[in-house]
Ligand binder design. Structure first.
Ligand code: CUA
Length: 320
């Protein structure tokens, strides 16, 4: 794969292609430097003590010291403060890495399977990963990936973005990033997933946002959009028999405005209707029963494909 050699390798670390990458590196540098300083103080001090206080005659004895409250307080409290600073600093960066911003320019379904990735765009563009078909995203804007796997656990890792996320069978996970500059960025699968684990290497191609828009609206690779296919599945599984799309109440809750809304359940708990909630409710509806509704929906687990579930979710997202 020739494009790998074109990857800039001028620095010790991969290039910092996102704002967050800089913050991650700063924290990492702090950890390395503070560890080095601790090492020098501890090992250096120990060595110096060994030499300076070496016993010079057989009857030489050290003073009898039981403890020192002040010294013990200091060597507990100072490390505690340093650790809390590291914890808080890490937490702030972690939250930025995990929580996508409100304005997402591209939302792409990325599905892992031994040993390749498939990407599906909202308008039906669909690609099976290879070096020739990179994951095209807009530069300077936020992209959100919705990840899942068809078989074992894989992990989507972009070193230049300093971010990674597992792709887990049976659930959705998400990852977001905003590459500052157009360019090609390597993606590794970073969870050992079998013989060709190392072959699950793809590239993200970040292009200027006008170029992305032109590309996005150019010839489609897939026939229908995931939402179109979801609408067909909605008919095929006779969902409309119990769920309206116009807000009216039939047997089950309406689909109108469902995605992203706050759900209240019969047992008093609540949740936000995200991809995982919808997935669970399609497969095992009785897991979370919406208050004032009967637990009437049959079990679809094993009756419906993962693709149909993902498409249904995309269709439900469009019913506003
Ligand atoms: Cu997929 Cu490792």
């Amino acid at each position: 794969m020739s494009w790998i050699t074109s990857y800039p390798a001028t620095t010790f670390m991969p290039i910092q292609a996102t704002e967050i990458a800089k913050e991650v590196d700063l924290l990492y540098a702090f950890l390395i430097i503070s560890s080095l300083i601790s090492f020098v103080i501890l090992i250096g001090g120990m060595t110096w003590f060994l030499i300076k206080f070496k016993r010079t005659s057989p009857d030489q004895k050290s003073a009898y010291i039981t403890h020192n409250n002040f010294a013990e307080f200091l060597w507990s409290f100072i490390p505690l403060v340093i650790m809390m600073v590291i914890f808080y600093w890490g937490m702030v960066i972690f939250e930025k890495l995990r929580v996508p911003p409100a304005d997402i320019a591209a939302e792409i379904h990325v599905t892992a399977a031994q040993w390749a990735w498939t990407y599906k765009y909202a308008n039906g563009k669909e690609y099976y990963s290879s070096a020739e078909d990179p994951l095209v995203v807009p530069a300077g804007k936020a992209t959100k990936l919705i990840l899942t796997s068809k078989d074992v656990i894989h992990s989507f890792y972009v070193p230049s973005f300093r971010t990674k996320q597992d792709a887990v069978p049976g659930r959705f996970t998400q990852l977001w990033f905003e590459p500052k500059q157009p360019g090609d960025y390597i993606v590794f699968c970073t969870e050992y997933c079998g013989t060709k684990h190392s072959g699950m290497m793809i590239k993200i191609k970040a292009v200027p946002s006008e170029e992305y828009s032109t590309w996005y609206h150019s010839e489609k690779k897939g026939a229908d959009t995931p939402a179109d296919k979801g609408k067909l599945a909605f008919g095929k599984y006779n969902c409309a028999g119990c769920h309206s799309v116009d807000g009216s109440r039939i047997v089950g809750p309406t689909m109108k405005g469902l995605f992203g809304s706050n759900r209240k359940f019969a047992d008093g708990s609540t949740t936000t209707a995200d991809e995982n909630y919808l997935r669970e409710s399609i497969l095992v509806a009785t897991a979370k029963v919406v208050e004032t509704y009967p637990p009437a929906m049959p079990l679809f687990q094993g009756q419906i494909s993962d693709d149909d579930v993902a498409n249904l979710i995309e269709y439900i997202k469009t019913i506003k």
